[in-house]
Each structure stands twice: as C-alpha cells, then as structure tokens.
Design a protein around this ligand. Structure first.
Ligand SMILES: NC(=O)c1ccc[n+]([C@@H]2O[C@H](COP(=O)([O-])OP(=O)(O)OC[C@H]3O[C@@H](n4cnc5c(N)ncnc54)[C@H](O)[C@@H]3O)[C@@H](O)[C@H]2O)c1
Ligand SMILES: O=c1ccn([C@@H]2O[C@H](COP(=O)(O)OP(=O)(O)O[C@H]3O[C@H](CO)[C@@H](O)[C@H](O)[C@H]3O)[C@@H](O)[C@H]2O)c(=O)[nH]1
Length: 330
C-alpha cells in the first residue's frame, strides 16, 4: 500500500518523500507543480493534477491502494495572504476538504497534516505549547486552523486517525545538497539572506525594527527541513501503531531575531551581507518560539540539526551548488 503525499514536490514535501523512501515506503506524489519541482523528487510516482479538482482527488483514491495521506499542499506566503485572502481559502481549504472527503469515501485511515505556528498569532509568552489560544494574525494561518478543525470533526464522524504538525520556520536543505529550498517568489528570510550573500539580490530588507523584542526585529524558531521530514515518518508510525490523534508543534525551542539570523549567516558564509531597514510586513507576529515536548515524548522525535549555524550551513551548501535553484523558474 502507498502513502499519498499531496504537495510532495514542494520544499518540505520533497525532503519528506526522501525520508519515506529511505524507510522503504511506497510513495505517490500528487502535485500540480505550480510551486513544486519535478527535479526535487528522488523517487516515488508523481501524478500531476490540481487538488482543488474534486474528481482528480477522488480518482487518486479509486485507482490506488492508499494507506495514508500526508498533506503539504497549500499556498504559504503570509504577506500575500493578507493581500489576497480568498486565494488562500480557495486553495488551502478547498483542496484539504477534497482530500478529507475522498479519504472518508475510500476509508483511508491515516492523515498527517502540515499546519503552522501561524495558527497561534501574536502570543504573549513563550515557549508556545499546543494548548495556547489560536488567534491567527493573517489569513494564511486562519486557513490552516480552518482545516485543522475540519480534520477533527471528520475524525469524529468517520473514524479518521490524524496527526497535525504545526511547524515553526522550516529552513535548511538536505545534507547531500541535492535538494533544497526553491520558492518563487522567495519570501523566506534565510534563502533571501543567502541570495544577498551570493550577490543575487542587492541586499536583505529587515521588515521592522520596532517590535517588542530585544533588538526590535522579529523572533522566530528555525527548524531544519530534515528534522521536519523525520517527524512525518514518526507521525505515520504513531498512527500505524494505533496511538491517539494529536497535534504537535515542531521547532527547536530557540528564538532568533532577524538581525541574529543575518549575523549567523555572515559567520557561516564568511561574507558581509548588505542589509537595509524596511517597514513592518503586515500580518507578522513579533515572536514565535515552540515547545516541542509533545512531539518528543509522543512521537519520539529527536531533531538532528538543531543549531542555527548548522541549519544555515546546509542551506548555504544548497544555494552555492544550485544558484538558480532547480532551474525551472517556479
Ligand atoms: N515553509 C515553512 O516555513 C512552513 C512552515 C509552517 C508550515 N508550512 C506548511 O508546510 C507545507 C509545505 O510548505 P513548503 O514550504 O514545502 O511549500 P511549497 O510551496 O514548496 O510546497 C507546496 C506544494 O504544494 C503544491 N500545491 C499547492 N497547491 C496545490 C494544488 N491546488 N494542487 C496540487 N498541488 C498543489 C505546490 O505545487 C508545491 O509543490 C504547506 O502546507 C505550508 O503551509 C510551511
Ligand atoms: O526579506 C525578509 C523576509 C522576512 N523577514 C522577516 O523574517 C521573519 C521570518 O519570515 P519568513 O521567513 O517569511 O517566515 P514567517 O513569516 O515567519 O513564516 C514562515 O513560518 C511560518 C511558521 O512560523 C509558516 O507558517 C510560514 O508558511 C512560513 O512562511 C519575519 O519576521 C519576517 O518579517 C525580513 O525581515 N525580511
């Protein structure tokens, strides 16, 4: 039986596909390649199609023997979601409902869902545990929370078993440097900083220096993409062994400001990275730092690349070796 990886040609999906293939899993990837890359897949069967299309999704389950689903497919840009909320609802919510419906129809038991720290919103204390209030400050986080709720009700009605994983800031690249982060447009801090180091951008803009943080810039918890991939495999094993439905944060429990990320990148690359101040980006909460105790105790998750310099180094190796990403301009 196969694991269906929706959005598996994307950044986190492709690293997870690699991890699952290493464990001998049979993989089917469903992706419309709007944002993903065929070249990011080191194996598995790719079926190209749009998950907003209900018939496409139903056929996946009718034609293939699917044991479980990992759903990465979504639009992911916080800033864009503030400008174009309906784009985010139409994609992130609709495709997830199609998957849930098709799973219920096919009696597919297991779902691992990509959720986000953006479901919490502007928290007052940290580290954030899973029982913190969820009050998103942007439509992106709101769409993910909407899907989380749909999953919980579907589980209650149809016996679906699920693990919801709320990632903090995914970063880094596979240690082989064969796959890595290549978003178009790129909006994430670490790849933009490294593109500025490579001279592919004139500078890195710091979005706001008047936040209530020690240096005034936003604080985030950066987590290596291979550590996220490991958690997906463990989540699947958790469900296969009949354990309970759960929602787990995935982060390192350490917060770094935008300025600290740039300083660390300068040390890793040995290069001076040009920077300029810019206004705040709407929708950005000041600080998001995870408690991942639940993922550690319940799933047995142990991050291997917890050090920020190591995370940036793996990303740097990818960017140096692939200055144009996968070269397919999307
Ligand atoms: N990158 C992060 O820092 C981060 C943090 C928290 C949560 N997440 C979540 O993790 C998931 C993966 O993020 P990513 O960085 O790998 O993003 P990504 O854009 O690289 O991957 C998403 C993939 O989904 C595919 N996709 C999107 N809409 C689709 C549709 N309608 N039909 C078929 N395929 C579709 C895209 O083509 C792409 O390959 C997302 O759900 C995102 O919300 C990401
Ligand atoms: O050119 C830039 C880009 C980003 N930032 C700042 O850097 C921080 C990190 O930004 P970014 O890398 O875009 O990540 P987030 O906005 O924190 O969102 C990421 O992390 C979330 C979980 O925390 C996920 O849900 C999202 O999908 C993912 O994009 C934020 O404070 C940004 O304002 C800058 O100052 N300059």
């Amino acid at each position: 039986m196969a694991i269906l990886v929706c959005g598996g040609a994307g950044y986190i999906g492709s690293h997870t596909v690699w991890e699952l293939l290493d464990h001998g899993e049979e993989i089917i990837v469903a992706d419309n390649l709007e944002k993903g890359h065929k070249a990011a897949l080191q194996g598995g069967k790719l079926i190209k199609g749009d998950l907003r299309d209900k018939e496409f999704v139903r056929k996946l389950f009718r034609k293939h023997d699917i044991e479980g689903v990992i759903n990465f497919a979504a639009y992911i840009e916080v800033g864009e979601s503030v400008q174009l909320p309906m784009k985010y609802y139409h994609n992130n919510v609709v495709l997830s409902l199609n998957i849930l419906e098709a799973m219920a129809e096919a009696h597919t038991p297991y779902l691992v869902f990509s959720s986000t720290a953006a479901t919490y919103g502007a928290v007052e204390t940290s580290p954030i545990t899973e029982d913190f209030p969820t009050i998103p400050t942007n439509p992106y986080g709101e769409t993910k929370l909407t899907v989380e709720k749909a999953i919980k009700w579907t589980a209650q009605a149809h016996g679906l078993k699920y693990v919801i994983l709320r990632y903090f800031n995914a970063s880094g690249a596979h240690p082989s440097s064969k796959i890595g982060e290549d978003h178009h447009p790129e909006t994430h801090l670490i790849p933009l900083v490294l593109q500025a180091a490579l001279g592919k951008r004139p500078s890195i803009k710091i979005f706001g220096n008047d936040y209530p943080t020690p240096d005034g810039t936003c604080i985030r918890d950066y987590i290596h993409v291979c550590d996220l991939a490991q958690a997906h495999y463990l989540a699947l094993q958790h469900l296969r062994s009949g354990k309970e439905n759960t929602t787990c944060n995935l982060g390192n429990g350490l917060g770094f400001s935008v300025k600290e990320v740039i300083e660390t990148a300068e040390k890793v690359t040995g290069l001076k990275i040009p920077q300029e101040m810019a206004p705040r980006r709407p929708g950005d909460p000041p600080a998001l730092v995870a408690s991942s105790d639940r993922a550690k105790s319940l799933l047995g998750w142990k991050p291997k690349y917890a050090d920020l310099a190591t995370i940036i180094e793996t990303a740097w190796n990818w960017h140096k070796n692939h200055p144009n990403g996968y070269g397919d301009k999307k």
